[in-house]
Design a protein around this ligand. Structure first.
Ligand code: ASP
Length: 323
């Protein structure tokens, strides 16, 4: 599909772990509506002349608040039945970045990642320290039960059961990709031609204590520079080993590859060859973008200067603008 678009432009994803068998018609409608409101919220910022960072923050905040996605409310549970949230943000123009990992009580981790970027001397803060920094900066903490949804709880119970059955057979269970992830992310290109990227997640169902995936790691799950921005969703260990988000942008910058070729090469060739799966969204400063994924579906959407949101879930084929 070819689409000619002018900036401003916003591209989002709601995770590559979506499966038809696990998605009722009502759930799909709710997810599509949430994606549309995230697109509208980000577009409002861009249309008002705000920077790409504000659009990314606005869109991700909406997705974190929507229980359909594995970020903020509705995040997946770890092995101990807790929600441990990770998030990161990067500004392509300044190369500034902020990230948080392993927080339990911050309603919108993307806002805290941005505060780390703008109000601290650091790039990444984790756990209790990140939450202390949140309180110092005026964030109101929520009770951990805020993040709980019954659907995610049942996913954990199924994962624990599968693990017990595998152990009983003496098999060491390798976490499959399906229904285990669903991170959210956003990329924006503002009127000045600046890019920003952000990602937020609960990580992977049944992850062990302290496990951190790619989403809060700058260069793995999130990257933005002057020409290229990426947010990933998938089996985080593989994205970290591939430095996936940075690798895509490095291919654009150093090898002159198109955003589509670079992102498909990393996401649909390198990651599966290594044994992982997932997807990503990638946006270039010339307004070309791509949304590769190798799972059954990936919640995704985009909105251009006309303000009309476009969303999709399953393979249709996945759209890309290769103007
Ligand atoms: N990439 C995330 C992680 O590994 C999971 C996801 O995309 O949903 O933590």
């Amino acid at each position: 599909m070819l689409v000619a678009l002018d900036s401003p432009l916003l591209v989002i994803h709601g995770g590559a772990g979506v499966e038809r068998a696990d998605l009722s018609a009502d759930d799909e409608v709710a997810a599509r509506l949430a994606l549309e409101s995230a697109l509208r919220a980000g577009h409002k910022e861009l249309a008002g002349g705000k920077p790409a960072l504000d659009a990314v923050t606005a869109a991700i905040t909406v997705l974190e608040d929507a229980p359909q996605f594995n970020a903020g409310r509705g995040a997946v549970f770890n092995h101990d039945g807790k929600n441990e949230l990770d998030s990161s943000i990067m500004d392509g123009a300044s190369h500034k970045a902020g990230a948080v990992a392993g927080v339990h009580r911050v309603k919108n981790p993307i806002l805290l990642a941005r505060a780390v970027m703008e109000k601290s001397r650091h790039v990444m803060m984790v756990g209790d320290g990140a939450e202390a920094f949140a309180v110092e900066n005026g964030f109101r903490l929520v009770d951990p039960s805020y993040f709980r949804t019954e659907k995610r709880w049942q996913q954990l119970q199924r994962a624990l059961q599968e693990e017990r059955e595998a152990e009983a057979k003496g098999i060491s269970l390798v976490l499959p990709g399906k229904a285990y992830f669903g991170t959210v992310g956003a990329l924006a290109l503002d009127a000045k031609g600046h890019l920003a990227a952000g990602t937020s997640t609960g990580g992977m169902t049944n992850k062990r204590y302290g496990r951190v995936g790619d989403s809060p790691i700058i260069g793995a799950g999130t990257w933005a520079d002057a020409r290229c921005a990426v947010s990933g969703t998938g089996w985080g260990e593989f994205y970290i080993r591939a430095s996936a988000a940075h690798e895509i942008c490095a291919r654009v910058r150093l090898s002159g590859q198109s955003i589509a070729r670079a992102s498909e090469g990393v996401i649909n060739d390198d990651i599966p060859k290594a044994g992982g799966d997932g997807g990503a969204i990638a946006l270039a400063s010339d307004g070309t973008w791509s949304m590769p994924f190798n799972t059954e579906g990936m919640y995704r959407g985009w909105i251009g200067s006309d303000g009309v949101p476009h969303v999709d879930v399953f393979r249709t084929p996945a759209p890309r603008n290769t103007r």
